[in-house]
Write a protein that binds this ligand. Structure first.
Ligand code: AMP
Length: 168
């Protein structure tokens, strides 16, 4: 999406992993949280996003990837947009059934050395998703902001579905 539409890609997971690699103060604070598959506290994440989307490169638009992940983050994001006088964002939900999800996680374990891809941590992350993030589906649905995209299939297939949603 970022290539096709010229948007800045903001992945909170990438930002946090980089901070851990660099050994910055943020990285030292979040390392064990990432390793456990837990969520970084809302206040920290909200500040990180507020600061990031205020940078000049975001003026032409951006994609948030991995944020918001809790109702608290979603509410804070709404306030940030009100403060900035920005339009209400669109939200894409990539629907992937649990078999495909398990296959993807297993194959990523072979490719990337992510400490949180260990099997036990993956299970914890799925649990955290169900508990903290899944409620965002109805939150955005009720506000008429949610578009569902079938996330099964290869990159080209999913990209074509995204394009249909974006141009609708
Ligand atoms: P991801 O790369 O999006 O799978 O994120 C990897 C890890 O970073 C997550 O398991 C969390 O520990 C942390 N993380 C990323 N985004 C968030 C967020 N919005 N809120 C809290 N923790 C986050």
């Amino acid at each position: 999406m970022s290539e096709r539409y010229g948007l800045v890609h903001i992945s909170t997971g990438d930002i946090l992993r980089l901070a851990v690699q660099e050994g910055s103060a943020l990285g030292r604070r979040v390392q064990s949280i990432l390793d456990e598959g837990a969520l970084v506290p809302d206040d920290l994440m909200i500040e990180l996003i507020r600061e990031r989307i205020d940078r000049p490169d975001c003026e032409k638009g951006y994609v948030l990837d991995g944020f918001p992940r809790t109702l608290g983050q979603a509410e804070a994001l709404e306030t940030i947009y009100e403060d900035l006088g920005e339009d209400v964002p669109r939200v894409l939900l990539f629907d992937v059934n649990s078999d495909v999800l398990a296959q993807r996680l297993t194959s990523r374990r072979g490719r990337e050395a992510r400490s949180d891809d260990a099997e036990a941590v993956q299970l914890e992350r799925l649990r955290v998703y169900q508990r903290d993030t899944a409620p965002l589906v109805s939150y955005y649905e009720e506000r008429g902001l949610l578009d569902r995209v079938d996330g099964c299939g290869n990159i080209e297939e999913v990209s074509a579905r995204i394009a249909r949603v974006v141009h609708s």
